[in-house]
Design a protein around this ligand. Structure first.
Ligand code: TRP
Length: 479
């Protein structure tokens, strides 16, 4: 065999050899891994608080609608690109475009870089959950939860636990796809579901739970503002791990037998059910101990008031419930971390011919270093996890829509999405990618840079990327 048609030849645009790259061994393995990627802080902390702050049950309905109209179609499109190309994000664009559009390879480059960037702070947060798991077992934060949080957020402990998470990530990704990614998800995901559902059932037996459910789901129609819709789109993309090559890379290890529409629907709806269940666990616990307040959003919620609730439960109940909760949160965030590192590792293996072990160690070390600043200044989290991530996540969805809607031949795009047995939605997804997504996501992208104009944002204070970086408020909202 000449060098140019060997299966490892990474500049070829021909399909790669699955034996060489690795593949998911079972369909359930792939689905659990994709749900594992999706389910993370976005579902555990961000979704419940978003719902509570933005119209309760109405937010849930709107979110469901956005997931059906935006989330699932983009997921089908992204999965179809990965599965067709059987390559890393850069190689995928080369295979799909037949080398003619190097600009698109730049987009592939951006995907894995952004995934790695997200992981650099995400791993720090995942490290906090691991520390809280042990802290719950010993009751270390029960006397003074606030002081414990401060000590966890910044300084040596943050660095140490960040290191633990990145080392574990590297270890998992050193294994082949079926022995690494698949195995860890086959163990952690069922355990995660059991714990979360078990805790939600337990929470339902506590006194004063009705106030918690009400805080969470009380419908409020006035919450339907444009920024809330925009927030819901951003939330859906982040929560479903879309637009950064995570799903694309996982799908590149997927055989072509099954329907992507079915897979995407299972993944998205399971993630939503999971996120909804997390709210049923968190808010009753808070209301029982009188800790409900709208003020702490997202992550502050689980490390602040929720930890306080475990402390109030006292020994040994608080230790057990707290440890279970933070173990579950660690599983959720760790399986996401694995999916955020894999696009870069897959790139390093295929485009730079590193072996998997070396690639994993190198990439995880680089991501570790990139996260160090956050361990010393947790205020950076607001910026990195806020405006910057929102911008990149929407940009990712936008580019996928453009590619599938405008730059791939119609018949080909549809065929790629419809390959495999079962439900076929390509005919519906493709026009969405052509018209609806680029328009809506384009506008959201613009607003994520400039901030949402006042006449659209109502009372909400929407801060764009420019303003975050110190530019004056362009939308004149301060008058
Ligand atoms: N979905 C994860 C969460 O909700 C985070 C995540 C994992 C992610 N992979 C991603 C976000 C890829 C964007 C892109 O916590």
């Amino acid at each position: 065999m000449s060098k140019s048609d060997s299966p490892t030849d990474n500049t070829s645009t021909k399909p790669a050899d699955p034996e060489q790259r690795g593949q998911f061994g079972t369909r359930i393995g792939f689905i659990l891994a994709a749900i594992g990627s999706a389910v993370g802080f976005g579902s555990i902390a961000r979704f419940p608080m978003n719902a509570a702050n933005n119209g309760g049950a109405m937010f849930l309905l709107m979110y469901l609608f956005i997931m059906l109209l935006f989330g699932i179609p983009i997921m089908i499109a992204e999965l179809s690109m990965g599965r067709t190309a059987q390559r890393n994000t850069v190689g995928a664009f080369r295979v799909l475009t037949g080398k003619t559009r190097p600009k698109w390879m730049g987009v592939g480059f951006l995907y894995f870089l952004v995934a790695a960037f997200i992981l650099s702070y995400y791993s720090i947060l995942s490290g906090w959950t691991l520390r809280y798991f042990f802290g719950s077992m010993t009751g270390a934060y029960f006397n003074d939860p606030d002081a414990y949080l401060t000590a966890t957020q910044e300084g040596p402990w943050a660095l140490i636990w960040h290191a633990v998470v990145m080392v574990l990530t590297a270890v998992v990704l050193t294994g082949t796809v079926s022995k690494g990614i698949e195995k860890v998800n086959l163990v952690m995901m069922p355990a995660l579901f059991l714990i979360i559902v078990g805790l939600a059932v337990y929470a339902a037996t506590l006194p004063n739970v009705a106030a918690g459910y009400e805080f969470y789901l009380q419908p409020d129609l006035t919450a339907f503002t444009l920024p809330v819709m925009a927030a819901a789109v951003g939330q859906a993309f982040f929560s479903l791990s879309l637009g950064q090559g995570a799903m694309m890379t996982y799908a590149s290890y997927l055989p072509k037998r099954t329907s992507l529409a079915t897979n995407a629907s299972i993944i998205s709806l399971s993630t939503l059910c999971f996120a909804v269940t997390c709210g049923f666990l968190i808010f009753p616990l808070l209301s029982t101990f009188g800790l409900l307040s709208g003020e702490r959003a997202g992550l502050g919620l689980i490390f602040g008031p929720l930890a306080q609730a475990f402390a109030e439960m006292g020994q040994p109940l608080g230790n057990i419930i707290g440890a279970l909760f933070f173990l579950a949160t660690f599983f959720a965030s760790f399986t996401s971390a694995v999916s955020l590192a894999e696009p870069a590792i897959s790139y390093a293996i295929e485009e730079h011919k590193l072996d998997r072990r070396r690639a994993s160690i190198l990439i995880c070390a680089l991501i570790y270093i990139a996260g160090i600043a956050v361990a010393f200044n947790s205020n950076l989290l607001d910026l990195e996890g806020g405006a910057l991530t929102d911008f990149f996540v929407i940009l990712g969805g936008f580019t996928i829509a453009l590619y599938v809607g405008w730059f791939s031949p119609v018949a080909q795009a549809i065929a790629r999405m419809d390959e495999g047995e079962g439900v076929k939605l390509g005919r519906f997804v493709r026009p969405l990618m052509q018209w609806v997504m680029p328009l809506v996501l384009g506008v959201l992208l613009l607003f994520s840079i400039t901030g949402t104009p006042c006449f659209l944002s109502g009372d909400a204070n929407s801060v764009g990327l420019l303003e975050t970086f110190g530019a004056p408020d362009l939308m004149g909202c301060e008058g």
